[in-house]
Ligand binder design. Sequence first.
Ligand code: PAF
Length: 281
Amino acid sequence: MKIVSRVDDLKRSLAEFREGGKSVGLVPTMGALHEGHKSLVERARRENDVVVVSVFLNPTQFNNAEDLRTYPRTADADAAMLESCGVDIAFMPTVEDIYPEPDTRVFHLGSVAEVMEGAMRPGHFNGVCQIVSKLFMFVEPTRAYFGEKDFQQIAVIKAMVAQLGFNLEIVECPCIREEDGLAKSSRNVRLTPLVRKVAPAIYRTLKESLRFAEDHSVEQTHDWVVTTINAYPEMEVEYFSICDGDTLLPVDSWDASDHVVGCITVYCGDVREIDNITYKK
Ligand code: PAF
């Protein structure tokens, strides 16, 4: 595995690897790699001739300085995991490598980027689009891999790809969970033992809401999920949106769309956890 940090080294290495029109799979990450990332990398390995994984804690997508400061950093372990997965190129740049000049681009992507995380974390998706579009320009991948835990992020990236005309496939990969159902996340290591114990109630409640929804309205299901999770003193729902899975706009009845998803954000102590569930597809 080649580890490169400079953009021109990345491009040079890629030119050698991709000779003869080989397919390239890109897995963008912010490091602190876990089983969820591993499943993306393994899938990219199965589906492409060349695999590039970027490890870059992108400052422009953090609207909260404390979240950036406390985000886990495990570069050596990340490199070892990528090597063991048979990755060809690990791209591990510095902030100066990626942003030699401030990135002043502003993306206008409509409702998918404005609701939920877009409303709660102003600037977050603009930062995601800045880094992901740069990675797409540097790597020119055939396919790029993203986890469905970040349901809205995938919708935003797809909208960006359509708007900028990138010629690549976005591959959506299932959320990987702990045995007790908690979605794997780099931020899970920041949960206190007590909060870690109750956090699986998020996904358990979402799953139970599938049954509840069979004979209750959207509003009743929404309120039941929020009340059930908020009954744990350690957790507080920031938002739960039952929405159209394509526009991400809230629906007020189960018949309003053929694709209905529930997206939730919960404060578990001071750690923000996100998750989602599909009601209809
Ligand atoms: O999902 C993430 O880890 C990040 O948002 C991404 C896509 C790597 C961009 O920094």
